[in-house]
Design a protein around this ligand. Structure first.
Ligand SMILES: [Zn+2]
Ligand SMILES: [Zn+2]
Ligand SMILES: [Zn+2]
Length: 320
């Protein structure tokens, strides 16, 4: 009997009662090893990058052609246009044409509508799915019960545009929309490109498998983007069974209190990575800790202000 080749898995999902799901390496690997490669399940180009990058492949191109119907999205060639039409533009073109003026968070409403549409077509998750990679957005952490008033207000402000992107059959299920919004905040990736002055955000996307990678302020892996394709690559030697980690922001050199405030505020957890523990333990016992806590509160307020009308992604600190 012919044996079909099973692609090598570099990481596997493990579930713990305290920390939820995480990924561990299936073997030891040297730095530079690609351990996960994935296309997003939903993504949109940032509004201010429209006309500079292809809306489908997210590559920069000097000869982009606009969709002549909506005049909003553009593509490097016919095949990208056809790909995007099948992916989402068939449902979005009419709405994009009629929305004037375009709201500041148009791409956020678009991303959300793609996720809601996708979710409405997928089967509900079952208990067994929990030890595997997620296959639907529904299975991602959403923390939607913990959303602050600012975030809830932001969600409310998106509703009017969001409804215009959704078809009748999907419109009937608004109960899950807030959950989708929460999942986007918790699991949204900033898709980056190398600009003239370093990495720049060009799009927001949700990647189901890469969402399983937990955060560390001293990570053993990093994200590499090639257009919309994401790769997770090791940046140091790793051992079999070791947890695979990335940093949820590129500002890993920010002070401990700012990193912790960001993670607490956006991802709803207190970072207990080795770097955080060492730095917190290194503080003066009393005065230092009180100072740290005051700083944490202040940073939270500042971040709350900054996110008022912005989609929160894992890179908010870097974009400030
Ligand atoms: Zn393209
Ligand atoms: Zn169009
Ligand atoms: Zn940390």
């Amino acid at each position: 009997m012919a044996v079909s080749a099973i692609p090598m898995e570099y990481v596997r999902v493990v579930k713990s009662a305290t920390c939820g799901r995480s990924l561990v390496f299936t073997s030891k690997f040297a730095p530079g090893q690609c351990i996960l490669e994935e296309l997003p399940c939903a993504y949109t180009l940032l509004d201010n990058k429209r006309g500079l990058y292809c809306d489908f492949c997210l590559k920069q191109c000097s000869t982009l052609k606009k969709c002549t119907r909506c005049n909003c999205v553009s593509y490097c060639n016919k095949s990208c246009q056809i790909g995007d039409w099948a992916r989402c533009h068939k449902q979005e073109c009419k709405t994009l044409k009629k929305i004037h003026p375009r709201p500041p968070d148009l791409h956020v409403a678009q991303l959300l509508s793609q996720l809601i549409r996708k979710q409405s077509k997928s089967a509900p998750c079952t208990q067994e799915d929990e030890d595997c990679f997620p296959t639907t957005v529904d299975q991602l952490e959403s923390n939607h019960e913990k959303l602050s008033d600012t975030k809830r207000n932001h969600f409310e402000s998106l509703l009017c545009v969001l409804k215009q992107f959704l078809e009748e059959d999907v419109l009937a299920e608004p109960s899950s929309w807030l959950k989708m919004y929460g999942a986007t905040l918790c699991n949204g990736f900033s898709i980056m490109d190398y600009g003239l002055y370093g990495l720049i955000d060009i799009a927001n996307g949700v990647y189901l498998r890469a969402s399983m990678v937990n955060h560390s302020c001293d990570p053993n892996c990093a994200l590499v983007f090639d257009g919309r394709k994401l790769q997770v690559r090791t940046v140091k030697d790793v051992k079999e069974g070791e947890e695979c980690t990335i940093s949820y922001f590129t500002a890993v050199n920010y002070p401990t209190k700012e990193r912790q405030a960001f993670l607490d505020h956006v991802h709803y957890f207190t970072c207990k990575c080795v770097k955080c523990i060492e730095e917190i333990n290194g503080l003066e016992p009393d005065a230092g800790l009180a100072e740290e806590i005051r700083g944490l509160e202040k940073s939270k307020e500042e971040i709350e202000m900054q996110i008022q009308f912005a989609l929160i992604t894992k890179d908010i600190l870097c974009s400030q």
